[in-house]
Design a protein. Sequence first.
Length: 134
Amino acid sequence: MIGKLNHVAIVVPDLAAAAATYAETLGARVSEPKDMPEHGVTTVFVELPNTKIELLYPLGDASPIRKHLERNPDGGVHHLCYEVEDISAAKQHLTERGARVLGNGEPKIGAHGKPVLFLHPKDFLGTLIEIEQA
Ligand code: CO
């Protein structure tokens, strides 16, 4: 059911420094920062030939990634995003097999303007999974 790895998201303590690490030390192409108030994050995307890295920094007091940063003050991997063809069919497939969808269970529009859902890390080997309708 899942297709390509769309991105790996990393929560970072300093977005400008993280973008510079990817742009200068690792020599990758990075985007400008973008505030996403409905997700409580500011993002920078690193474009790689086969996938993307999403650098995340908390935006606002209620940011869902603030705790992750407190637990990982140097930064840390936050989630993996896999592409699916049809998010409603994917949700049905997953929930029929006992996987838990986070939030109210309805797709939100993600960082690329496409519908996304997040899946409970306890159901997926301790890893938060995002699925995105490609
Ligand atoms: Co993501």
